[in-house]
Design a binder for this molecule. Structure first.
Ligand code: ATP
Ligand code: MG
Length: 206
């Protein structure tokens, strides 16, 4: 297999070390050439004070280390994005690459409610990041696709499901926004460039 690419979708409102460590761990453990962090076009609806798509993308770009990349295709497309459409577009761009779509155990458990979810494996592998020892729910329709061997993700471009135990750092964007709303600092939860961007633009003050 020529190339193996990881894809991590999210709101990234704002990006933090939980997202970034997850992306780095997945890249190292699976031997991927890169992991793309792919922000959704729609901004977080839970909080009144959110960043714009352009600001979320700018923070993400400021946070990246080598091996991680921002992918702005959903923001460019605008409106509501479905993962299936994003994977179809990536597959058209990389016909032979192994595509590994990463999702947390909570997202995996909700998968049967996603738009055209049974077709996702036609375009990518699914990698479920879960706490060590915590087994994600079984989805019977996908049981046959499961593998425990990361090499299987390099042997074909799509179609396998791998559970990867990765400790989750206790950080969330919701908590960061709450701290900023209360006038507290967020140093060491996210890279200095993101802290500075938020201060400069006056984001999340409520
Ligand atoms: P919010 O609190 O606004 O929902 P969030 O911190 O959950 O934000 P998202 O942008 O929703 O961040 O998450 C994008 C992806 O990153 C999801 O797959 C999510 O499971 C994963 N993720 C988020 N926080 C962590 C963390 N601390 N450790 C590992 N993975 C994380
Ligand atoms: Mg979330």
């Amino acid at each position: 297999m020529s190339q193996a690419i990881g894809i991590l979708g999210g709101t990234f409102d704002p990006v933090h070390h939980g997202h970034l460590r997850l992306a780095v761990e997945v890249r190292e453990r699976l031997g991927l050439s890169e992991v793309r962090l792919l922000p959704t076009a729609l901004t977080n609806l839970r909080d009144a004070a959110s960043a714009s798509p352009a600001q979320r993308l700018a923070m993400l770009e400021a946070a990246l280390c080598p091996g991680l990349r921002a992918d702005d295709r959903e923001i460019r497309r605008g409106g509501r994005s479905y993962t299936i459409d994003t994977l179809i577009a990536l597959r058209a761009e990389y016909p032979a690459a192994s595509l590994c779509f990463v999702l947390g155990a909570d997202a995996w458990n909700a998968l049967p409610r996603w738009h055209r979810w049974t077709e996702l494996l036609d375009y990518a592998h699914l990698v479920i990041a879960t706490r060590p020892g915590a087994e994600p729910d079984e989805i019977p329709q996908l049981a046959a696709a499961q593998t425990e061997d990361p090499a299987a993700l390099h042997a074909s471009p799509a179609g396998r499901v791998l559970v990867l135990p990765i400790p989750r750092l206790p950080i969330s964007s919701t908590d960061l926004r709450a701290r900023l709303r209360e006038g507290k600092g967020i140093d060491y939860f996210t890279p200095p460039a993101v802290v500075e961007f938020i201060a400069r633009e006056g984001l999340y003050r409520g």
